[in-house]
Design a protein around this ligand. Structure first.
Ligand code: NAP
Length: 249
């Protein structure tokens, strides 16, 4: 069975690892190409956009893909919408891996906001010491709020940062002791993050709770109609095994 995994996440890499040695599957992992040196993968990787829904549908047909797994990030809304539409257009069995969102716990000081513009506005008029763990593509609203002191953590160095901001490049997973140290040594008053969910990057929320640090947290984008999802790579692997069995492989 030819499987295309849309990746860029821990789950996509986990699934690729699980399927790599299974002779029933011929897997390709697709990346958008956002990070300069992506982690090595045990399956062939293709990099770059497909050219919208039509491009993705054409790729699925040209490569005779038998099953599509959307294992992209919960905030990568466009590619997930494209996957849902390309699945409908081609009839190819398609499943998404959609990890559960983080849920507020007693002691958390969360301020949920719907988007990054509202996140920047929520920091308010008085200068604050802010940790941004939002990736490198959505920093523009913070350029428009240059009165805060920003510490930015991202995988690669962003092209443009607010004046005076400092950048730490790092790739998760992160543990709670280190996250607490980061918040304390930089006297962080507010953390800005997306509600990405998952284990790899949740320690910052535990550290913020312990230190009483406020968290401005961007809520998830809407999920497209008609796209089935399961919550982790192991469940997606079982789904693929069922698809393979249905095909008699
Ligand atoms: P997006 O806004 O949903 O996608 C923008 C465009 O990038 C898509 O229309 C598609 O181009 C291309 N694309 C996205 N994912 C792709 C993939 N896996 N393979 C090939 N093309 C892809 O996505 P995004 O928010 O820019 O995220 C880009 C990638 O980074 C995703 O793969 C995602 O899993 C990963 N990522 C995102 C975040 C985040 O917070 N957004 C965090 C961690 C990792 P075409 O229309 O030309 O096909």
């Amino acid at each position: 069975m030819r499987v295309l995994i849309l990746g860029g996440t821990t789950e996509a890499s986990e699934l690729a690892r699980a399927l790599a040695a299974d002779r029933r599957f011929r897997v390709t992992l697709s990346l958008a190409g956002r990070t300069r040196s992506p982690a090595p993968q045990p399956v062939p990787v293709r990099i770059g956009g497909f050219g919208g829904v039509d491009g993705l549908a054409a790729y699925l047909r040209d490569q005779s893909v038998d099953a599509l797994i959307d294992a992209t990030h919960p905030f990568a809304a466009r590619i997930t919408r494209n996957a849902a539409q390309a699945a409908r257009a081609t009839g190819i069995p398609t499943l998404a891996i959609h990890r559960p969102a983080w849920v507020q716990q007693p002691g958390d000081r969360w301020r949920p906001v719907p988007d990054m513009d509202r996140a920047a506005a929520a920091l308010g008029p008085a200068p604050r010491r802010v940790l941004l763990t939002i990736g490198q593509q959505e920093l523009a609203p913070f350029l428009a709020a240059p009165h805060h002191h920003y510490l930015i953590r991202s995988i690669d160095t962003p092209a443009t940062i607010p004046p005076g901001a400092r950048v730490i490049t790092a790739r998760g997973p992160f543990d709670e002791v280190d996250e607490r140290h980061l918040l304390e040594t930089n006297a962080i008053e507010c953390l800005v993050t997306k509600n990405a969910g998952g284990r790899a990057t949740r320690a910052k929320l535990d550290a913020a709770r312990m230190l009483g640090v406020e968290v401005v947290i961007v809520s998830r984008p809407a999920w497209p109609d008609g796209l089935d999802h399961l919550s982790d790579a192991a469940a997606a692997q079982r789904w693929l095994e069922t698809q393979a069995a249905l095909r008699g492989e």
